[in-house]
Design a binder for this molecule. Structure first.
Ligand code: COA
Length: 181
């Protein structure tokens, strides 16, 4: 599904564009994920695991563009991708009412309300796709993510103890959240 370009004004007076990336944006998208994976320990990919190629990234973008209900929205600040989110819907009939989301921003764009805007847009798309609940996980200790999700109406429903092991050998729980759409 393609999310049509939307210009939004941020609380610092800056303007960014929300839109589904096109295949031509493949390099910008790779640059973005490499940056975010290095800036935060709270996404699962490490910088060494960002091995995307032109071909794989274009295929990833195409998958979302052609999907009937799954969607990817990137945040463009000028020519640069500064954020991204994905909406995935479970495939089997009995679980097709369950949408999942993933979200990330470059550090330079935290705390400007972009996370809230993206979740608001994805909630509308998920509801229109017939989903009745939205699900996500975050790594315990990720206070920004917890704050954003609680503000958007998500509630903790469980935990996987020691779901994540950091490079220094310490562990954190994986926290599961749900929101009724
Ligand atoms: C998590 C993330 C997406 C939040 O996005 P954001 O655009 O900064 O969030 P918003 O500006 O919309 O803030 C939403 C709410 O979260 C809460 N919040 C934000 N930062 C917070 C912090 N440091 N501590 C506690 N709550 C916080 C506030 O309630 C805020 O609402 P307010 O600004 O109206 O007070 C962003 O920090 C990020 O990309 N982090 C790195 C990647 C990541 O962790 N992704 C999530 C993986 S599960």
């Amino acid at each position: 599904m393609i999310f049509k370009e939307k210009k939004v004004l941020l609380r610092n007076g800056q303007t960014v564009i929300l839109k589904s990336p096109s295949e031509d944006d493949w390099e910008r998208m790779i640059d973005y994920i490499k940056c975010v994976s290095a800036e935060t320990p709270y996404i699962l990919r490490t910088p060494e695991e960002c091995k995307d190629t032109e071909e794989s990234e274009k295929a990833f973008i195409k998958h979302y563009a052609e999907s009937e209900c799954e969607c990817m929205i990137a945040v463009f600040d000028g020519d640069k991708v500064v954020g991204n989110c994905n909406l995935n819907v479970k495939n089997r009939k009995k679980v097709r009412h369950r949408a999942e989301l993933g979200i990330g921003l470059r550090k330079s764009h935290y705390r400007l309300g972009i996370g809230t805007m993206l979740i608001t847009e994805l909630s509308i798309i998920a509801r229109n796709a017939g989903c009745t609940q939205f699900e996500l996980t975050y790594v315990d200790g990720n206070c920004r993510a917890k704050g954003l999700y609680e503000k958007c109406g998500f509630v903790e429903v469980g935990r996987m103890p020691c779901g994540v092991r950091f490079e220094d050998g310490t562990y954190a729980d994986d926290v599961f959240m749900r929101k009724v759409l």
